[in-house]
Design a protein around this ligand. Structure first.
Ligand SMILES: [Zn+2]
Ligand SMILES: [Zn+2]
Length: 131
């Protein structure tokens, strides 16, 4: 009986930590997350995209749309299909495609490689439609 109880507890914990509907800041664990919409003037076609931000620490959590999300993407450390996105102007390799955690909950990062094993770089403002 005791063992059964323990197992149930574990399963509950696991489900909570991976359920996107239970929102908690990845950085400070605050639950004060607010939905925002990106400004008109941010680059890489991200203007007007809905996203989640932490009120407590001000950190960006994740985008709330499904852009770049598709089932063949590699799994992130949380076990979900990751989100494909393009690196911004301030990044080391602007325009390079990479996979990250869709919900911003883990530090998963993987470059998108072409058939020759070279990182894929797209021209700015030509973000490919992933759907
Ligand atoms: Zn926070
Ligand atoms: Zn993750």
């Amino acid at each position: 009986m005791a063992i059964f109880y323990q197992k149930t507890q574990e399963m509950t914990t696991y489900q909570n930590s991976t359920n996107p509907s239970i929102r908690q800041c990845f950085h400070c664990e605050s639950e004060h997350l607010i939905e925002k919409v990106a400004n008109e003037d941010i680059p890489n076609g991200n203007a007007r995209r809905p996203y989640l931000r932490c009120e407590a620490c001000g950190n960006f959590q994740c985008w709330l749309d499904a852009r770049g999300c598709s089932v063949p993407n590699p799994l992130c450390l949380c076990g979900w299909p990751s989100r494909r996105q393009v690196a911004g102007d301030g990044a080391r390799k602007p325009g390079s495609l990479h996979f990250v955690c869709e919900h911003g909950r883990c530090w998963f990062y993987e470059e998108v490689l072409d058939q020759n094993g070279k990182p894929v770089v797209v021209a700015q403002k030509k973000f490919p439609d992933c759907h």
